[in-house]
Write a protein that binds this ligand. Structure first.
Ligand SMILES: Nc1ncnc2c1ncn2[C@@H]1O[C@H](COP(=O)(O)OP(=O)(O)OP(=O)(O)O)[C@@H](O)[C@H]1O
Ligand SMILES: [Mg+2]
Length: 295
C-alpha cells in the first residue's frame, strides 16, 4: 500500500515536471522525434593536476542514458568509474566536453545548473549517516534543507522506511542498525526528494554476499517502482549484469569506454536467473573483456 502511495506520488511528481512539458512541446514540433536522453556525456575528458604531475583519468567519454534506464559501470580499480560518476553528478567539472541532463547543460561556465542538479540522488559506498540523528531524521534531512515542513518530512520518511524494509527503526540511531540497514537508510535519504536520477558508487561493496543479493533485489524493485534512471558503479560482474539494461565497461589509463553490453532479460529478474546459461554467457563475455584489460 505504502509503495503504491509512493508510486502515485512519483507519478504526480513527474506529471508536474516542467521538463515533460518541454519534451512534449519539442515532440509536437518535430513529430516522431525521440525524446532526449536523460543524461549525456559528450566527448568528456578529465585530467587531474597534482603536485606529482597530471593524471588523465578519462578520455573521450561519450554516453547517453535514456530515461528510466539502468546502467552498470564496470572496470578495474583506478579506471575512472568514480570520476565519471562525480562528473555526472556535477561534483567535479570535466576538463573538456559537455554534461547534459535532459535538455540542459549541467555547467554554465564555472556555475552548475541548479534545476539539473536537483534531479540527482547520490549514494556512495559509505552510508555517511549523521550518528546523532535518528534514521528518520537522516532520511528526511534533504527535505529539511529544502524547507519541507516537519509533518510532511515525517510522512515521507515513514513511506521510505516502509519501501526499504526499515519500518520500526524510524527512531533508532545509525549505530543501532546493521551495515545493510544503514545502506538502505542512505538509499532512502537519496530517494527522499524523488530524484529522477540515482547515481550510486559501489553502494553494496562493503556488504556480505547474502545481504548484497537482498539489496540487489530491493534496488531492482525500487528502480521499477520509481522509474528512476540509475547509473550504478560496481566491481561485481554478476551484480552489474543482474541489475543493468546495459553494462558499460571502462578500460584504464586513461579511462575510456571499452564496450557497452546490453542485458535484455525480462524484469523483474530473480536471483536464480544468475545461474541460467544465457546470464552466465553475458558474465563470461564481460569477464573475458576484463581479463584482456589485465584484471
Ligand atoms: N581528486 C583527484 N586528484 C588526482 N587524481 C585523482 C583524483 N581522483 C581520481 N584521481 C585519479 O584518477 C584515476 C581514476 O580514479 P577513480 O577514483 O575514478 O577510479 P575508480 O575506477 O573509481 O577506482 P576504484 O574501483 O578503485 O574505486 C586514478 O588514477 C586516480 O588516481
Ligand atoms: Mg571508485
Amino acid at each position: 500500500m505504502e509503495s503504491q502511495r509512493l508510486l502515485d506520488s512519483q507519478e504526480q511528481a513527474s506529471a508536474a515536471d516542467p521538463r515533460d512539458a518541454r519534451v512534449e512541446a519539442r515532440n509536437d514540433d518535430s513529430a516522431g522525434a525521440a525524446a532526449r536522453p536523460e543524461l549525456e556525456l559528450l566527448a568528456v575528458d578529465k585530467t587531474f593536476q597534482t603536485r606529482q604531475g597530471s593524471t588523465e583519468a578519462l578520455s573521450d567519454i561519450n554516453l547517453s542514458v535514456d530515461r528510466g534506464e539502468f546502467i552498470s559501470l564496470l572496470g578495474r580499480s583506478g579506471c575512472g568509474k568514480t570520476t565519471l560518476l562525480r562528473i555526472l553528478a556535477g561534483l567535479i567539472a570535466p576538463t573538456e566536453g559537455e554534461v547534459r541532463v535532459g535538455d540542459r547543460s549541467l555547467w554554465h561556465g564555472a556555475n552548475r545548473d541548479s534545476e539539473a542538479l536537483s534531479k540527482f540522488g547520490l549514494v556512495f559506498q559509505d552510508p555517511n549517516l549523521f550518528p546523532w540523528f535518528s534514521i528518520e531524521d537522516n532520511i528526511a534531512l534533504p527535505l529539511k534543507l529544502r524547507g519541507v515542513a516537519k509533518k510532511a518530512r515525517r510522512a515521507r520518511a515513514e513511506e521510505l522506511c516502509d519501501l526499504l524494509g526499515l519500518s520500526g527503526f524510524e527512531r533508532s540511531y545509525p549505530r543501532e542498525l546493521s551495515g545493510g540497514m544503514r545502506q538502505r537508510a542512505a538509499i532512502a535519504r537519496a530517494l527522499s526528494y524523488d530524484p529522477r536520477i540515482l547515481l550510486m558508487d559501489e553502494p553494496f561493496g562493503a556488504l556480505d554476499a547474502m545481504t548484497r543479493d537482498k539489496m540487489n533485489l530491493e534496488l531492482q524493485s525500487i528502480s521499477i517502482t520509481t522509474g528512476a534512471t540509475v547509473v550504478f558503479v560496481t566491481h561485481s560482474i554478476t551484480e552489474a549484469v543482474f541489475l543493468a539494461d546495459r553494462v558499460v565497461l571502462l578500460s584504464p589509463r586513461p579511462g575510456r569506454i571499452r564496450s557497452v553490453v546490453p542485458v535484455t532479460f525480462e524484469r523483474p529478474r530473480a536471483l536464480e536467473s544468475e545461474s541460467d546459461s544465457s546470464f552466465q554467457e553475458v558474465v563470461r563475455t564481460l569477464r573475458h573483456e576484463l581479463d584482456e584489460e589485465g584484471v
